[in-house]
Ligand binder design. Structure first.
Ligand code: F6P
Length: 320
């Protein structure tokens, strides 16, 4: 069966999304399918903002951060009338299937189209590593690398001044960026949503380290939306011999050249997404589990919790 595939990136951009678009495009073209890029996620689907992709349209994008198709958050896509408009736009170019690259919200948008009979496959693309159905998302490793480079630099200045750095990282409701970076950077404390260790406990640990004079400096890494890092840094300054300093890494974590892990993952997942469409499998999301590329029903995946590695937290607690 011949296919006309649309590909879009949605939600927060992530390094490796371009590699994913490239893989989907080239894998589809090699099977004789037509491919359209959809600009700005579901917004472009509603507006009919499509661009025909050929082999060269996706040349030289593999190593670029961001997404050349653009991305957007489109809350109005929850509205059924808006979904129907999007489907009509697909019909104008004979688009019969979609590959959507993004996070949880992207998968929910996909599910509303699947219910209307559209053939859709989801790919996990977000720095947060919070997608169900996969151990790792496209963009996670690059963002982790960015955080590690930044915190290593903070350590230099922190150690020179007997300071405690309180660093806020992204992750939305997932603590992986904080926990993995805490392990990589030798942080003393990780504050993550999956555990109830919060400001009070963090402060107690820093005061204890101060009392027993363990170390010239200390690092706390916290997932966003959990604590006020500035307030905690102030308390540390007032209550210990450390000077507290807060750093919010912010959107810098979303940019940059994708690391090889993200390029390889995006390429493997993109090829798998097209393979599923070739086999007439719709409504699945693709992922990586134990280094195997897998897929499962999108709605079953959404209903499950993201795979959380509780053993990693235990390792961190013993080593920190
Ligand atoms: O989902 C990716 C993410 O970067 C989250 O980590 C963060 O909470 C959110 O997006 C920020 O969104 P925005 O770029 O819309 O401010």
């Amino acid at each position: 069966m011949s296919r006309v595939i649309g590909v879009l990136t949605s939600g927060g951009d992530a390094p490796g999304m371009n590699a994913a678009i490239r893989a989907v495009t080239r894998s589809a073209l090699s099977r004789g399918y037509e491919v359209y890029g959809i600009r700005d996620g579901y917004k472009g689907l509603i507006d009919g903002d499509f661009v025909k992709l050929d082999r060269t349209s996706v040349s030289d994008i593999l190593a670029r951060g961001g997404t050349f198709l653009g991305s957007a958050r489109v809350p109005e896509f929850k509205d059924e009338e808006v979904q129907n408009i999007a489907i009509k736009q697909m019909q104008t170019v004979g688009m019969d299937s979609l590959v959507v690259i993004g996070g949880d919200g992207t998968y929910r948008g996909a599910y509303s189209l699947i219910k209307k009979g559209i053939c859709v496959v989801g790919m996990p693309g977000t720095i947060d590593n919070d997608c169900p159905g996969t151990e790792y998302t496209i963009g996670f490793h690059t963002a982790l690398n960015t955080i590690v480079e930044a915190v290593d630099k903070l350590r230099d200045t922190s150690a020179s001044h007997h300071r405690c750095s309180v660093v806020e990282v992204m992750g939305n409701h997932c603590g992986d960026l904080a926990l993995y970076s805490a392990i990589c950077c030798g942080a003393e404390v990780a504050i993550i949503p999956e555990d109830d260790f919060r400001e009070e406990e963090a402060l107690a640990k820093i005061l204890h380290l101060d009392r027993v004079k363990k170390g010239r400096h200390a690092i706390i890494i916290a997932t966003e939306k959990l604590i006020d890092v500035y307030a905690l840094a102030d308390k540390i300054t007032k209550m210990s011999t450390f000077t507290g300093r807060a750093t919010v890494l912010g959107h810098i974590q979303r940019g940059g050249v994708p690391v090889p892990e993200d390029r390889v993952l995006a390429t493997r997942l993109g090829d798998k997404a097209v393979e599923l469409l070739a086999e007439n499998v719709s409504g699945h999301c693709v992922g990586i589990v134990n280094d195997k590329i897998v897929s499962e029903d999108i709605i079953e995946a959404i209903d499950k919790n993201k795979m959380y590695k509780s053993d990693l937290l235990k390792v961190f607690e013993r080593i920190a």
